[in-house]
Design a protein around this ligand. Structure first.
Ligand SMILES: [Zn+2]
Length: 353
């Protein structure tokens, strides 16, 4: 088993990276991709010679900036062992993947982040979409739920919570903003109500429940901002926003923020918003369009979660125009079904049901 994992890792590295250079300097052996490393004046490195004239598979050493030198480095079994260990310990392993899904739950929002059999959920969709939510949960392998984020307590984000039964593997943690109605959420938690534990998240907090996946809260602020009032009709404005970071892969979860909140977040976070994947705010609403926010995000793909026919005009033509002009590819849950992205720490791949 161990040997097969090692062989898999070696094949993965060699085929993914193309060719490998290893560097010998200061009595240490380093392995890395095709960028040469430099250690002072006398760096030696060996590689397969790419031109003609030398025997295939021969290893040659040379000075970093010189031609092929006289100081050929002969690989010994110890070097080979160290090289193998270096290759196997690089963070490139596909088993290290992080899965992010936006579930097709009609006119609502439900997202899953899964790593190593543990999951953080962002919202639960409408009550009548629970079976759809459950289908996605089972398809993802029934992970242990370590936190359910309720971005705000509107029915299209909170609804499915009431149907969670004890067959769901959940520790009872609900993450909310400082401004949330926790009494309402506890009451909505059905058979779990007495076991719910709230954790409060606001701008600057980081959730560390999925090993090497950073889950950073960008919004709302810890206190109500005087120029951004909060009342019942503006509840969307203070819904939770998170940046997901796994290696070089970024995802941005925006729940139902409005254009005013977007403007403030853009001004505060700037290029910190940069993400390959954007879950478009408020189901694509015309009231959630801000060019500065979209520009800083520069998403390659945006996902819009809404029903095919809804009473709100989602997604709005205005948002579609802004995203398309910015060069962003669009995916829609009502057209594409549940949309799943997998990060290996370097790039996202995506899968549509
Ligand atoms: Zn909503």
């Amino acid at each position: 088993m161990f040997i097969s994992k090692v062989l898999q890792a070696l094949l993965f590295k060699f085929f993914r990276l193309g060719f490998c250079v290893y560097v010998y300097g200061k009595k240490e052996l380093y392995a890395r991709g095709h960028q040469a490393m430099r250690y002072g004046e006398r760096v030696l490195y060996s590689r397969r010679y790419q031109g003609g004239g030398y025997k295939k598979r021969a290893l040659y050493a040379r000075r970093y900036q010189g031609g092929y030198g006289k100081r050929a480095l002969r690989a010994t079994p110890l070097h080979a062992l160290l090289l193998m260990l270096c290759l196997c310990t690089q963070p490139f392993d596909e088993a290290d993947s992080f899965t992010f899904s936006v579930a097709d739950v009609g006119q609502g929002l439900a997202q899953f982040g899964v790593k190593d059999g543990r999951a953080v959920l962002w919202d639960m969709g409408l009550p009548n979409q629970y079976s759809a939510w459950r289908g996605v949960y089972e398809k993802l392998g029934k992970p242990d739920i370590v936190s359910i984020v309720i971005s705000h307590s509107d029915a299209d984000h909170l609804g499915g919570l009431q149907y969670l039964d004890h067959s769901i593997k959940w520790n009872g943690v609900v993450a909310v903003s400082p401004f949330e109605d926790t009494v309402k959420i506890r009451a909505a938690a059905g058979v779990w109500a007495s076991r719910v534990r709230f954790e409060i998240y606001a701008k600057g907090d980081t959730m560390r429940t999925l090993s090497d996946v950073e889950i950073i809260c960008l919004w709302p602020p810890k206190e109500i901002e005087l120029d951004l009032p909060l009342d019942g009709s503006l509840r969307n404005r203070y819904s939770l926003v998170f940046s997901l970071r796994h290696g070089h892969c970024r995802g941005l979860i925006t729940s139902d923020i409005d254009s005013t909140a977007m403007m403030t977040i853009a001004a505060q976070s700037g290029y910190g918003l940069a993400s390959q994947i954007l879950v478009a705010p408020h189901h694509g609403s015309a009231g959630s369009v801000n060019q500065l926010f979209f520009s800083y995000t520069s998403a390659r793909t945006a996902v819009i979660s809404c029903a095919r026919q809804n009473n709100y005009g989602h997604p709005s033509q205005e948002m579609l125009n802004h995203l398309i002009i910015g060069g962003t590819d669009l995916l829609f849950t009502y057209l594409d079904g549940t949309i799943t992205f997998v990060s290996n720490g370097h790039y996202w791949s995506n899968n549509i049901d």
